[in-house]
Design a protein around this ligand. Structure first.
Ligand code: COA
Length: 168
């Protein structure tokens, strides 16, 4: 029997197509029926391989989870963008391909992202999740996040509530 190992590492430009594929499938799986169709299609189509290659060149803060040579998940992170929260680090996105969800990979990618922020001197962490994304809400609460703030995202006049989870 072949044993496949999970590698969590910094993204390289040649990972761009793999990340674009994860992005497309994970976002459809997560947000279809929540984010209005036109907005969701627009956000997905905008971020093809070229977009990701350029993002990887500009940022040292994109991580990937790789199994047997395939990119199955990614995380983007950096400085907290919300002035109202004092945490310095933020995980902007954390997504796995649907067939790789629920087997502990999200926890590993989350911990790697948290460590990366910490080792870059960013103290404290914030993550925003849409309230209707029940999987993410359970995941972050289960990972010890404290929900401390709420906000609203507008998509084609549809207002979606979002929640900020923080870690010290
Ligand atoms: C959210 C996500 C990153 C979690 O990663 P994962 O590998 O699926 O989660 P894990 O297997 O590490 O699970 C850890 C815990 O999270 C919770 N959890 C994860 N997914 C869940 C879901 N869909 N529903 C309910 N609880 C869930 C469970 O409590 C689980 O604890 P358990 O092992 O005691 O059951 C992943 O499911 C994903 O990519 N989802 C779609 C994209 C998304 O919502 N990203 C976050 C955007 S803010």
């Amino acid at each position: 029997m072949k044993t496949l190992t999970v590698d969590i590492r910094k993204a390289q430009p040649e990972d761009a197509e793999g990340i674009a594929d994860v992005h497309q499938h994970a976002w459809w799986g997560t947000y279809a029926g929540i984010i209005p169709h036109k907005s969701l299609t627009g956000m997905i189509n905008r971020r093809g391989g070229k977009w990701w290659a350029s993002a990887i060149r500009r940022s040292a803060f994109i991580l990937v989870a790789e199994i047997g040579g395939d990119i199955v998940g990614y995380a983007t992170l950096g400085r907290n963008r919300s002035r109202d929260l004092r945490q310095q680090g933020e995980i902007y996105e954390l997504y796995l391909k649907p067939e790789y969800q629920g087997i502990g990979l999200g926890t590993r990618l989350f911990e790697a992202a948290r460590l990366k922020l910490k080792s870059n001197g960013l103290v404290g962490l914030v993550v925003w999740a849409l309230e209707e994304n029940s999987g993410a809400m359970s995941f972050y609460a289960g990972a010890g996040g404290r929900d401390v703030a709420e906000g609203v995202e507008l998509f084609e006049q549809k207002a979606l509530r979002k929640v900020a989870f923080v870690w010290p």
